[in-house]
Design a protein around this ligand. Structure first.
Ligand code: KG4
Ligand code: ZN
Length: 333
């Protein structure tokens, strides 16, 4: 089965072709980061309009790159939610109209399931069951993954997501959007131990997270500095912030593995691209003989490949053929 995957939930248009026998054939991405950077964050209306401009040329591109035509496509997977309504509607309506004209089935994919399964696109993927840490701009969750569609929530954030904390800290430090990579880059220039930020819920008995207090602590530090907040202080704050977030995430992952008795961890979502997080996880996992799996860096953030893959897995059990559609801007996995 050849599946065309379409991602358009936020500020990236992602297209991909996944073949259930040969694996991922091609993928292409257009990021709107430069367009939104001037506004300090994603402008929903601009995002929708840009998805309209990009989706069909990118579809053409992935088909050509794979030496395929629309006639070869056996099914279309698209992100149905959660995300920005207008942006989701673009991908959804393109997917359903293409599928209608080709007379092939569709599948509406949960964006987080796409992220969750992205590490399985890599060579030597882990076998089920495993623990998943999903760390994106909107979510910070630990899950026990027993099979496709069999997900048990082990822990969740009580307030801000880890990516959101990175983005808000970036704003406080006058860094550009998107905040995660910018904070991470600046953190590398910081001196360890200059500041002491809290590690929220580090020692709580559960597997939940909380990051809003950390952001407030950064705000307090920034305010204390006032006009004296120079590049050195900003780098030191970024460094300590990254240490705090990655320490909490690492400790909770180890606790989840201990609690479930599992030995394999997968990490996915935008914050999964963070080098310091990967370094810490690899270090402690090695000591305890756990295996950690990540998607390649470009598949940590939004992309079409993860949607094509999740759609292909799901389509083996269920498909939609009536081509009516709705989007689900808010949707629990
Ligand atoms: O998964 P994603 O692309 O979109 C959502 O579904 O949310 O994640 C985006 C989030 C943003 O908050 C971004 O700042 C963060 O992931 N991010 C990072 C890094 N790269 C992206 N956070 C920390 N370090 C990074 N290298
Ligand atoms: Zn995402």
């Amino acid at each position: 089965m050849l599946i065309l995957g379409i991602e358009s939930s936020c500020d990236e248009t992602g297209l991909a072709l996944y073949d259930t026998e040969q694996g991922l054939l091609t993928h292409a991405l257009h990021s709107q980061i430069d367009m939104h950077a001037a506004y300090g964050g994603v402008v929903p209306e601009l995002a929708s309009r840009d998805h309209i401009r990009r989706a069909l040329p990118l579809t053409q591109h992935v088909l050509e790159k794979a030496g395929k035509s629309l006639a070869d496509v056996d099914g279309i997977a698209y992100t149905q939610g959660p995300g920005l309504s207008g942006a989701l509607l673009v991908g959804t309506s393109i997917a359903e109209s293409l599928a209608f004209s080709l007379n092939v089935p569709t599948i509406g994919v949960h964006h987080l399931e796409g992220h969750l399964l992205a590490p399985l696109l890599e060579p030597n993927p882990p076998a089920f069951p495993f623990v998943a840490l999903l760390v994106s701009g909107g979510h910070t969750q630990l899950m026990r993954v027993s099979a496709i569609g069999d997900y048990e929530l082990l822990g969740d954030t009580l307030d801000d997501a880890a990516g959101e904390a990175f983005d808000k800290t970036a704003k406080l430090l006058d860094l550009s959007y998107p905040g995660g990579p910018a904070v991470s880059k600046l953190a590398n220039l910081g001196q360890p131990g200059t500041y002491q930020l809290p590690r929220p819920m580090l020692n709580s008995a559960d597997l939940n997270f909380s990051f809003s207090g950390l952001k407030t602590a950064v705000l307090t530090l920034v305010n204390q500095h006032g006009n004296t907040l120079d590049d050195v202080a900003r780098a030191n704050i970024a460094h300590e912030f990254q240490e705090a977030v990655t320490e909490v995430l690492t400790k909770k992952c180890m606790a989840a593995l201990r609690k479930t008795g599992l030995t394999q961890l997968i990490v996915s979502g935008g914050v999964g691209a963070n080098t310091r997080l990967r370094e810490r996880l690899n270090m402690v996992a090695k000591r305890r003989q756990y295996q950690v799996h990540y998607p390649r860096l470009e598949f940590c953030t939004d992309n079409g490949a993860m949607i094509a893959f999740a759609g292909a897995m799901r389509m083996q059990h269920a498909k939609q053929t009536d081509h009516s559609f709705t989007v689900r801007p808010r949707w629990d996995l």
